[in-house]
Design a protein around this ligand. Structure first.
Ligand code: COA
Ligand code: ZN
Length: 322
């Protein structure tokens, strides 16, 4: 049976960080709903940051509550601190994806504190989560993200030993997942193979996801290298939208449609219906005039040689091809 690879749609979060148009909560929820119906297992539905930092996410509570109500997929949110995690859990989310940066300069630009302070904030979130579990039936999964793991547009090189040290600290504190991010798209496949093999070794049974941006067109080459290293989960955004406003020169995420195409072409199952993703992409394109959408599958269609890999999960039957 084919091995499974999980694709997390981060479009409603990362994908909206640089766009000029403010989407309504209804539009964001349509994005989430249709992604879930296409077979996406986890959607990063919003970001719990102060509205003054990112006006696009002023409706985070409403979107999170709505996304939980939709069901059928895990609704997660990005959080930069304890307050963000508390707001996310209060809105009903049971998965939060925390972010800090391996680059001190990017961490300061992004969350206005040192990486060490951000690690201490993560411990506060874990303690908060553990207290909740002790005193209620609320169970929350917390992922530890490491931005700029492969280089930084502000400070340049990031030491692999620093990324591994942060990964170790996350695991020690009780992270349920690690997300290794190439926030600015500096990585190459050799770097990915080296660092991801090392991260997977320290992570043991804790899931590890990669979060790639496609600044230099190496995003899918890097995803291939990560698959070869043993990574089985990726973040991506429909249409290749995305980018961090606090990392100068950042560009879009790897494209969800093309990532699914790549992963299934290599013989892994995703449970995702590419035709349904393309329909969703057309809807989003109409909402976001003037934005740059990427992707080969949207442009050329699927090749006649493409064979979707049957999904394992019978609860999520692939929709009939349209
Ligand atoms: N959600 C809502 N409000 C928040 C918040 C959150 N997650 N975190 C802090 N605040 C509020 C505080 O309550 C405080 O409000 P007050 O002035 O009314 O008392 C105010 O924001 C400032 O709080 P402070 O802790 O001093 O934050 P800061 O100004 O140092 O900013 C971050 C720190 C982390 C909140 C901010 O830098 C941030 O949101 N960064 C994320 C950037 C991002 O999204 N990057 C892209 C993704 S990688
Ligand atoms: Zn990103």
């Amino acid at each position: 049976m084919a091995e499974h690879v999980q694709i997390r749609e981060v479009g409603p979060r990362d994908g909206l960080q640089l766009v000029k148009t403010m989407l309504t909560a209804e539009q964001k929820l349509e994005w989430c709903r249709r992604a879930g119906e296409a077979g996406i297992e986890e959607v990063e539905v919003t970001s719990f940051v102060p509205p003054s930092v990112m006006p696009q996410f002023a409706d985070a509570g409403e979107v999170a509550r709505g996304a939980v109500g939709l069901g059928g997929f895990t609704a997660a949110a990005l959080v930069p601190n304890l307050k963000g995690a508390q707001r996310a859990i209060e809105a009903g989310l049971r998965k939060v994806n925390y972010v800090l940066s391996a680059s001190e300069a990017h961490n300061q630009a992004n969350v206005r504190r040192s990486t060490q302070e951000s690690l201490e904030n993560f411990k506060d979130i874990i303690d908060f989560r553990n207290d909740l579990a002790k005193n209620s039936s609320v169970r929350v999964q917390i992922a530890g993200g490491i931005a700029t793991s492969f280089g930084c547009t502000i400070s340049g090189k990031v030491d692999e030993s620093r990324v591994l040290e942060i990964a170790d600290k996350y695991l020690e504190m009780g992270a349920d997942e690690l997300i290794i991010a190439d926030t600015v798209g500096y990585a190459n496949p050799a770097q990915i193979r080296r660092l991801m093999s090392a991260v997977l070794k320290v992570a043991g049974s804790v899931p590890v996801a990669c979060h790639f941006h496609d600044t230099f067109g190496l995003g899918l080459a890097n995803a291939t290298a990560a698959l070869e290293a043993g990574v089985r989960a990726f973040d991506s955004a429909i249409g290749g939208l995305g980018g961090c406003p606090f990392a100068p020169g950042a560009s879009g995420n790897i494209n969800t449609e093309d990532t699914v195409y790549l992963v299934e072409s290599l013989g892994f199952s995703t449970g995702i219906d590419i035709a349904a993703l393309l329909e969703l992409r057309r809807v989003i394109e109409a909402w976001l005039p003037g934005e740059r959408f990427t992707g080969g599958v949207a442009r050329a269609g699927l090749p006649k040689t493409f064979q979707p890999v049957p999904a394992h999960d019978q609860r999520r039957p692939r929709r009939a091809a349209t």
